[in-house]
Design a protein around this ligand. Structure first.
Ligand code: ADP
Ligand code: TRP
Length: 320
């Protein structure tokens, strides 16, 4: 089954990106035909510095490969290397009601804050729909906040099919419930926009410092605490085994511990969890030719599929 997802190269990926999205791609590559791309065209709606965009894009490829994306099993490419997607975007745009896009959260939130939105941000969900439909994708693993965009994609595809006859495959979003919202260092949802992220890669000592600075409540040490309500506990359980989670939960309920102990446990567990990926990433950095070749091979494969779907859509609407 075709599984597809995209990741925007807008900065260094964080724990929320991994547990909410990336980990699912990697798991799904085993049993499926995985297409994963780096959404550099989408990133243009926020990153306006060309050098940063170039760096974030190659970093994203390195990160995905380091985290276990296997080019022998899945296809990895850059969104901009498949121009058929942009052509398809136009075909879809002509049948997309304004109202549908006005309801989309990224645009709506920006407008609500009184900021001016550009046409790129407004039509972002249509490009995303083209990304998905161009490869006859059936499953789209994403974080909770992207589910609305998959709904929009289904609406757009459904209405195209209704107007021109069966052309597109309708995709389904796949989310992971228990880790759908990873909290950040301040307890709100971890997000680049809130400046509360913990990065997947980077200087270990620096990351440890950030973990030690995670905000906690000021209840007395001896109080019993409900683990499920505590963001530090939620972070710990991302990395710990069932039995470790159980004993940490018991410690919370007993009370009489300091949050410093839990932070240390989070640091140790996360370091061990990402240790192999960190080593693999260092190897890849030393072998960038391999990374570029992987992206070229991926784009070639992706374009073949996208070209077929595009010509199917063109024929359906009378362009060919
Ligand atoms: P950010 O909010 O940091 O800008 P993105 O919007 O680029 O992150 O998200 C990339 C992917 O990671 C999306 O699929 C999103 O749903 C997922 N994601 C981001 N933050 C979290 C989080 N805190 N918990 C779970 N998933 C997340
Ligand atoms: N909008 C997605 C995000 O911010 C990235 C993305 C672009 C995507 N195109 C996609 C995800 C197609 C899934 C399918 O995370």
């Amino acid at each position: 089954m075709r599984v597809l997802s995209g990741i925007q190269p807008t900065g260094r990926p964080h724990w929320g990106n991994f547990f909410g999205a990336i980990r699912q791609y990697i798991d799904l590559q085993q049993e499926n035909d995985g297409f994963y791309f780096i959404a550099d065209l989408h990133a243009l709606t926020t990153v306006r510095d060309p050098e940063s965009l170039r760096q974030y894009t190659i970093d994203a490829a390195l990160d995905l490969l380091a985290l276990g994306l296997d080019p022998d099993k899945a296809t990895l490419f850059l969104q901009s290397h498949v121009p058929e997607v942009c052509e398809l975007t136009w075909l879809l745009m002509t049948g997309t009601p304004m109202g549908l896009l006005e309801r989309c959260h990224a645009y709506k939130e920006k407008k609500a804050k009184g900021m001016t939105a550009d046409a790129g941000l407004f039509t972002y969900p249509v490009l995303m729909a083209a990304d998905i439909l161009a490869y006859d994708s059936k499953i789209v693993p994403v974080g909770q906040d992207q589910v609305q965009h998959i709904e929009v994609c289904r609406d757009i595809a459904g209405s195209f099919n209704h107007t021109y006859g069966e052309t597109f495959v309708l995709p389904d979003a796949k989310t992971l419930d228990h880790s759908s919202k990873v909290p950040g260092t301040d307890g709100q949802k971890m997000s680049k926009s809130y400046d509360n992220t913990l990065p997947l890669f980077g200087n270990v000592k620096q990351i440890r410092k950030q973990i030690m600075r995670i905000t906690t409540d000021s209840r007395p040490m001896e109080d019993s605490k409900e683990p499920a309500d505590d963001h530090l506990f939620q972070l710990y359980r991302l990395f710990a085994s069932e039995s470790e989670i159980e004993s940490m939960a018991a410690m919370y309920r007993r009370g009489g511990f300091g949050y410093g102990e839990v932070k240390k446990a989070v640091a140790e567990a996360s370091e061990a969890y990402f240790e192999d990926a960190r080593a693999r990433r260092d190897e890849l950095v030393a072998n960038l030719d391999f990374v570029h070749q992987t992206l070229r091979d991926g784009a070639e494969k992706a374009r073949k599929v996208a070209a077929e779907v595009l010509s199917r859509a063109q024929r359906a609407c009378g362009i060919r």
